[in-house]
Write a protein of this length. Structure first.
Length: 218
């Protein structure tokens, strides 16, 4: 298939290792020939609207890990936003400056409202940890790895799904294979172990969406 010479404008909403590897894939992976990253929204755990005590930031982490996505974006001259996204100041940036054709999210501490969901013509997608039993998954919410660990799952998967106004309930797009977890894996370990496979899944499926103009919904 002959690819368009015009690159697809992509905005990333992500933090920690999943956000880092997702951004890296878009910047440096094979899909980079198809996309331009026009902006990055990432967590500032110090802000109360992030609900850091209910997400990955409640676990031990470094100052670098709080800033790793923003730092990588700035290295590539990409605009970074760390405030509320469901608010007029960000709407102006999103609609008038970033103007994304497609958005993708991985580890982000804010829910996405309808105005942002409806903006990109090629859709708004998320990467969410679960297992390979059903979709929507029983492991919805801001801390799925904790729930997986409590259930004693020896593996995890990551689903790419379209975002709707529910909580991790949008249409299924694709899923990684089983990612085996060591016996004494922590929640932070789970984030690290699954981050690269999640980025590879996103790369493959975003390429499909861009070249066909629509996702493959199961």
């Amino acid at each position: 298939m002959k690819l368009s010479q015009t690159k697809t404008r992509v905005a990333v909403f992500g933090s920690f290792y999943r956000g880092f590897y997702l951004l890296n894939e878009l910047l440096l992976g094979p899909i980079s020939e198809l996309v331009t990253v026009v902006g990055v929204a990432t967590d500032n755990p110090a802000e109360n609207f992030i609900s850091a005590d209910k997400r990955v930031w409640q676990y031990p982490h470094t100052a670098y890990e709080e800033d790793m996505v923003a730092a990588r974006a700035r290295q590539h001259g990409i605009d970074v936003y760390r405030g509320r996204v469901n608010a007029e100041p960000f709407y102006g940036v999103f609609e008038n400056t970033w103007k994304p054709d497609l958005c993708v999210m991985g580890t982000f501490g804010q829910r996405i409202g309808k105005r942002l969901i409806d903006g990109p013509s090629l859709g708004f997608y998320n990467l969410h940890p679960c297992i390979d039993d059903a979709w929507p998954s029983k492991y919805i919410g801001g801390n799925p790895f904790e729930a997986l660990m409590q259930d004693g799952s020896p593996y995890a998967c990551v689903v790419m799904h379209a975002i709707d106004e529910g909580f991790d309930t949008g249409p299924f797009v694709a899923r990684t294979g089983r990612i085996e977890l060591p016996d004494e894996t922590t929640v932070t370990d789970m984030h690290k172990i699954t981050a690269y496979p999640a980025a590879q899944l996103a790369s493959r499926e975003l390429r499909r969406i861009i070249t066909t103009g629509q996702p493959r919904h199961a």
